[in-house]
Design a protein around this ligand. Structure first.
Ligand code: NOJ
Ligand code: CA
Length: 705
């Protein structure tokens, strides 16, 4: 009945001229207009609160070696409308239930000359637009090869953009804030300074791309449900301010091999005049399929520690022997190998981390460098690189599992693939079974370096399929996956919630590789996190790495209070306390927040937000009445004014505030903080100062009567 009503109402919303049709969002704030141009080119435009967000923009795909591309000469042969409204519960998340409400318009187009049909499906939500290409089963479009997708996003002006350069292999960049017209010059300058970029277009940027217009509109461009397709970057025509899709090619330059029936991922445009609504948007998740895993009881959010930062910072090594020299000398039998003496993943050290996890309530211990292969990265001396089942002699898989189990801690597996992807696929069943046999439920995988195989890039279709294969196969084994250097997420964790983490951006490791911009963490939620959670690995308390790793001159550009806030501001069901036990033991009062903070939430309230400047969010820990607040701050010291109205009326709480000290600064005084307790209710207000590159964290615990 409800559906019928919606459909009736909806008929009013679609103007019935075939070549030009309008779609309205359920709240009426958005209008999308589809137009078939004179030469039969499909196009769309988008308005929000009577302002143009996207000017008329072309849609279509260029095909390779084909008599005709899917760009023009179309006629509209069918139009279908629909309305949808449901509420679903994620297995884990920022909120415990999510409303998925949209109006839909599906246009079937026919290309006369080739007698081919495509459908363009638009879904207009209360927070933005998603659309995709569909290729139904048909006689004249069975297999085809994509030369380039030609989806445009025509901007209305020279907006401010928060961007990282287009690259087929990495997203591990600091963000640049500039006008669109400045991208070319800045990218060219960066190109000469940064040799690591493997693909270059002077105006190419990655998604999720955050934009702000001069009159205060926030626009986010990204994609949802990237499956069996190449990852999309954007190229800007900076004369006309028109972005166009730029898919990741394989070695032959091919951007996609498609067999109908098939469809593209969703292209997404999230829009608001309030930056907080961009962060709160669930559109990307809503455009993904519902959960495909029947029994999800084994998928559990977790906080963990690990043998990790010591290798990243250069204090110890992943390899048991010296990395390359020993294999070059022919040492492949580790019972005879001379240990380097710096191997981090040794039994005694791992036990130290297990003890620390158990003593402080962490569920997991990650250990990297536990297995053979690090000494022979390119597999020169064996017929494989890593086999993911052979430990180094000083890492006792069974013994450590028993030890961890006796302390109520789970070991977390590490699979560095060295980018040797077919090798990983060949060993995957055995590797996952080995995990199950030894009590591991979660794996951090990694794809460092160039993809070693047939010239693939990290983000082309073959690789996207590989990452997906790894997640789906892991689900068969009831294994949770946290993939590093994989393609950036697009909301697939709705369908496969065992994908509990991804890196796919510049994480804490870069603080040890030269540092990151102090406002980086105020941008990640507006960009990278739009597609899903990040394993950022926060919690660094010792910012001067040379104190324990003399050759490392990097500085962690953050304050201790900022590091605490990240557990709340960078949403993830998987959170690491990345620093060493001895550093936490030095600051037990600050460490208390990391021990207390939740990793799964029933509500999230974005209290303040401005990309590049600040984010303040309050989250309610699932199954409790307790709240946690995090604030991260950019370059300038700032006072935020917090209203506790989100608390339940009539209840009293003790708030513990972990704040930057007066003199704190991300560079000059990162360890200045103070901890204080106050009583709060839902009428309380708070003014709180954050230092440059700083922030604050607050735990709000309901008083027991
Ligand atoms: C890069 C990952 O981001 C990092 O976390 C990991 O320790 C190394 N690769 C080694 O696999
Ligand atoms: Ca990385």
């Amino acid at each position: 009945m409800k559906h019928l009503l919606y459909t009736a109402l909806f008929c009013f919303l679609v103007l019935q001229s075939v070549n030009s049709q309008q779609l309205k969002s359920p709240n009426g704030k958005f209008i999308m207009e589809f137009t078939l141009q004179k030469d039969g080119t499909p196009s769309y435009s988008l308005n929000y609160k009577d302002k143009t967000v996207i000017k008329p923009s072309k849609l279509g795909l260029e095909l390779k070696d084909d008599k005709k591309s899917l760009l023009n000469d179309f006629t509209v042969i069918d139009t279908k409308t629909n309305s949808f409204d449901e509420t679903w519960k994620p297995v884990w998340g920022e909120v415990e239930s999510i409303r998925n409400q949209y109006n839909e318009l599906a246009i079937t187009l026919n290309q006369k000359e080739t007698d081919r049909q495509i459908i363009i499906r638009f879904r207009l939500f209360n927070d933005g637009l998603g659309f995709r290409y569909e290729f139904p089963t048909q006689k004249n479009l069975v297999y085809f090869v994509i030369k380039e997708e030609r989806t445009q996003f025509a901007m209305t002006g020279d907006h401010t953009a928060f961007w990282i350069p287009g690259d087929y292999d990495t997203q591990e960049y600091d963000y640049t804030t500039s006008k669109l017209s400045e991208i070319r010059g800045l990218a060219e300058k960066a190109k000469t300074e940064n040799l690591s970029q493997t693909s270059f277009s002077p105006t190419g940027v990655q998604t999720s791309l955050m934009l702000k217009t001069a009159d205060g509109l926030y626009i986010n461009l990204h994609e949802a449900a990237l499956i069996n397709y190449s990852c999309m970057h954007l190229n800007l025509d900076d004369k006309n301010m028109v972005f166009e899709s730029w898919l990741t090619p394989d070695e032959k330059g091919v951007k996609g091999y498609i067999q109908a029936p098939a469809h593209s991922p969703w292209r997404t445009i999230i829009v608001s005049d309030d930056a907080r609504e961009i962060l709160a948007s669930k559109m990307t998740l809503n455009l993904n399929d519902p959960c495909k895993i029947e029994d999800t009881s084994w998928i559990k959010p977790i906080k963990y520690v690990g043998v990790w930062w010591e290798m990243i910072s250069g204090k110890s090594s992943w390899s048991y022997t010296d990395e390359f020299p020993s294999v070059q000398l022919g040492v492949t039998d580790f019972s005879k190998a001379k240990p380097s003496g710096t191997h981090g993943a040794n039994n005694a050290n791992v036990k130290k981390y297990i003890d620390f996890a158990a003593a402080n309530g962490f569920g997991g211990v990650l250990v990297e460098g536990w297995n053979e292969g690090w000494e022979d990265w390119f597999g020169h001396y064996k017929d494989y690189v890593f086999d993911f089942v052979t430990p180094y002699p000083d890492f006792d898989v069974k013994g450590l599992h028993e030890y961890a189990k006796s302390k109520g801690v789970k070991m977390i597996m590490h699979h560095e693939t060295s980018g040797s992807v077919r090798n990983y696929e060949r060993h995957m069943d055995k590797a996952y079974q080995f995990m199950k046999d030894n009590g591991y439920d979660a794996v951090k995988s990694g794809y460092v370096g160039s993809i070693i195989s047939n010239g693939d890039n990290h983000y082309n279709q073959f690789m996207v399929n590989h990452y997906q294969y790894a997640v789906e196969k892991a689900a068969e084994y009831k294994i949770m996956v946290n993939a590093h250097e994989a393609v950036r997420p697009t909301g697939i964790c709705r369908t496969y919630p065992n994908l509990i983490g991804n890196e796919a951006a510049r994480g804490t490791e870069y603080q040890a590789f030269g540092g990151s911009k102090p406002n980086h963490v105020t941008l990640l939620p507006f960009t990278r996190l739009i597609g899903g959670p990040m394993d950022y690995t926060p919690g660094i308390f010792e910012m001067d790495l040379s104190k324990f790793s003399p050759n490392n001159k990097s500085h962690v550009n953050s304050t201790i209070a900022n590091q605490l806030a990240l557990y709340v501001t960078l949403y993830s069901p998987l959170q690491m306390a990345a620093d060493f036990p001895e550093h936490y033991n030095k600051f037990p009062d600050a460490f208390q927040f990391i021990k207390d903070v939740a990793v799964d939430w029933s509500e999230s309230n974005y209290l303040e937000a401005e990309p590049g400047q600040y984010i303040t969010v309050a989250r309610k820990a699932k199954g409790t009445n307790n709240w946690f607040i995090g604030n991260v701050n950019g370059y300038e010291p700032r006072t935020s004014n917090i209203n506790f109205a989100f608390l339940e009326k009539g209840k009293k709480y003790t708030a513990t505030i972990y704040a930057d000290g007066k003199e704190a600064n991300y560079k000059t005084n990162p360890q200045a903080y103070n901890v204080r307790k106050i009583q709060v209710t839902n009428t309380s207000k708070l003014s709180q100062l954050s230092a440059a590159g700083g922030g604050y964290a607050i735990s709000i615990i309901e008083n027991k009567k």
